[in-house]
Design a protein around this ligand. Structure first.
Ligand SMILES: [Zn+2]
Length: 362
């Protein structure tokens, strides 16, 4: 039974002057005409824009983002990471395959929320590049995740893991339309799109990218298929980057990302008048601080002795190139175990603390 007072009508049109639409009646009552309507948590608007949907999602996350920020020095990075992925990111991805074709402006608004959370979780400072933060944390861009979610849902629909009415929307394969033995005969026929809005909507978008996948990938089991797609967009995860007390872990993160309180970094960000070091060196960068600054030589000698003891005979630290030494001190090595990498980062963190170079930071 339809209730006129609970019903609403919407006219979807992108025209500046939408055509006149006579009012609709139900049981002699005029049905209310609205500009937007919330349907199963998603906002539909007469202009077919997702701006309202995205604004709503961002406003829902704001309290959680500020709560996460308040915990930034109380909880370790791994816990903050879990809180973000469990309680904030899902809100930014609600029904994301539906509004995946949103404007780049709306997409960037969502990425900015993730950027704020990445700063909080990693302990990095504002001005750090988004790409560096994602690489540091092993997070994917939200837009990449939406792409994967779309293709995962498409796989489910194609393979009959969803309701039949969804499968009915899947376009037929190319071979249905031709008797020629074409190379792309197993591809699906992409619907003809006359507007970019339609082209970016779920079926045309997912069909096009489904066709772009290797047929062997399309034939994988669901879990392997999903894993394969995530691998394409997910940066490698370095669990040892989260090692250590929050304070020193955050300082090391800042050295790794390059936005730290060393004069070179401050100078680049217009926060210092000179990149020079107090020791007289022209540039106080990460390399100078870790390898050469004479001010900290006594701590460095102990640091490198302990490091060489840790590495044993397998690796001669001093014989490595400058960039390899910096890489090892800041990131460890993929050739070494998790525990050895943690021990290396622990020594670097101890050196940072002993130098007291960042004593007033954080
Ligand atoms: Zn110096």
């Amino acid at each position: 039974m339809a209730y006129p007072l609970k019903s609403e009508e919407m006219l979807f049109s992108k025209k500046l002057n939408p055509p006149y639409h006579p009012p609709l009646f139900l049981n002699n009552c005029v049905i209310k005409s609205v500009k937007s309507h919330k349907h199963i948590g998603s906002f539909l608007t007469t202009t077919m824009s997702w701006e309202m949907q995205i604004s709503n999602m961002i406003s829902k996350t704001s309290k959680r983002v500020s709560a996460l920020n308040k915990l930034k020095f109380r909880l370790p990075r791994t816990v903050l990471d879990t809180i973000y992925k469990s309680f904030i990111r899902p809100l930014l991805e609600y029904a994301d395959i539906i509004w995946h074709g949103c404007t780049s402006c709306d997409s960037q608004r969502l990425e900015r929320v993730q950027y704020e959370c990445a700063l909080t979780v990693s302990g990095a400072v504002r001005g750090s590049s988004y790409s560096s933060l994602l690489a540091e944390l092993g997070w994917e861009r939200l837009s990449d995740r939406r792409h994967v979610h779309s293709l995962v849902m498409f796989y489910k629909i194609v393979n009959g893991h969803t309701r039949q009415y969804l499968k009915d929307l899947i376009p037929p394969v190319v071979s249905v339309f031709t008797s020629h033995n074409l190379r792309n005969k197993h591809n699906l026929r992409v619907p003809i799109c006359t507007t970019s809005r339609y082209q970016k909507s779920f079926i045309p978008y997912a069909t096009q990218h489904w066709n772009g996948l290797d047929t062997a990938v399309r034939s994988l089991s669901f879990s392997l298929y999903k894993k394969h797609l995530m691998k394409l967009v997910r940066p490698s995860i370095n669990k040892h980057f989260s090692y250590g007390p929050r304070y020193t872990c955050a300082l090391l993160t800042r050295l790794r990302i390059g936005t730290c309180s060393l004069n070179q970094s401050l100078f680049i960000r217009n926060l210092a008048s000179s990149p020079a070091c107090n020791c007289g060196c022209r540039c106080e960068g990460v390399v100078h601080f870790l390898l050469y600054c004479p001010t900290y030589q006594q701590y460095r000698t102990i640091f490198f002795d302990n490091l060489q003891n840790l590495l044993g005979n397998s690796l001669d630290f001093n014989s490595l190139s400058e960039s390899a030494r910096i890489h090892l001190l800041l990131r460890g090595s993929t050739c070494l175990s998790y525990h050895t990498n943690c021990s290396i980062l622990k020594l670097t963190q101890l050196y940072i603390v002993h130098t007291k170079r960042f004593a007033t930071t954080l």
